[in-house]
Ligand binder design. Sequence first.
Ligand code: SF4
Length: 375
Amino acid sequence: MKKSINRRDFLRLGAAACAACPFTTATALAAAGDDDSRFVKEAMHYEKLKDLRIRCLLCPRKCEIADRERGACGVRENRKGTYYTLVHSRSCSGLRPDPIEKKPFFHVYPGSLAFSLATAGCNMTCRFCQNWEISQFRPEDRDSIYAPPEFLAKSAKRTGCKTIAYTYSEPVIFYEYMYDSAKFSREQGVGNVMISNGYINKKPMVELCKVLTAVKIDLKAFTEDFYVKMCGGHLKPVLDTLVVLKEQGMWFEIVVLLLPGMNDGEKEIREMCQWIRKELGPDVPTHFSRFYPTYMVQNLPRTPIKTVEQARNIALECGIHYAYVGNAPGHPGEKTYCPKCKNMIVDRVGYHVGRVDIRDGKCTNCGNPIPGLWG
Ligand code: SF4
């Protein structure tokens, strides 16, 4: 269920934040009203049905929508039998450089910056969402900035970002915006990374792979029960997306947020790691992150360090070469080790990257190839 908010306060705070942002321009900040036609573009993946109805083919929900209705994500609307996104170029969060380690990507240009943005909306309803204040709202309930693809590419370049990151909420639901931006900025020499729940159908994902540089997928658990009860989604489509990414040769990393007593059982983690090793291979970086109480899940404690350590150990035992702990700054499990000679080859503390002992994609000590994007 969508939450109500004090819109006046939000707009006031949002406007102040935008005005303070050194990366925005007067043009980009120009009026962004609810009915602004600049945000409305025909959707890319849907089919027309009888009686002005349509079926959205973007994500596994496959919403069937009557005229003047919206899909479950709240950002796509049927207008007289044509389906539209309402959030093209409609950024409501970020528009600033973030360390790429924050996403987290550990094998993608370590120490670089990613120009980050999001729109309102999501196609899941995770009860523990860390960005629920944007993901669980409709676009008209959030302050928005007109930030078209050209603006994103220019801003990324001006702020020294190697990539643009589609992040915070769920980029699948602002697919057309991400696609157009990635296509444009790629031609300008800026990379594009998607931080996603992986809840997307095969065809749109394959098309997107042609313009993206790397993808991070949140694998929320390895049980259908958790996906249904805690996320309002299903496990199988997410696993299918991981396989598609592998088939497409896309660089991707997996993050698993461990909630105490919910999805951190040894058996579940082992089954997950065995699946990753078997279906995706040993070289997919797999991050086990600590949960902090948030949104609707305030009754659980922070994930103990030993839980993420144990999950990382299980992953290594299962043959995953690059297993990490997350949200544990300073932990040795944040660093990258060569699976052959065991030397530390990327030193990290939180979002800070120190020494990188990888040259031409190989460990400088033993010459073992280290998969990733290091250039
Ligand atoms: S993207 Fe939105 S409208 Fe389309 S199927 Fe998914 S939830 Fe429904």
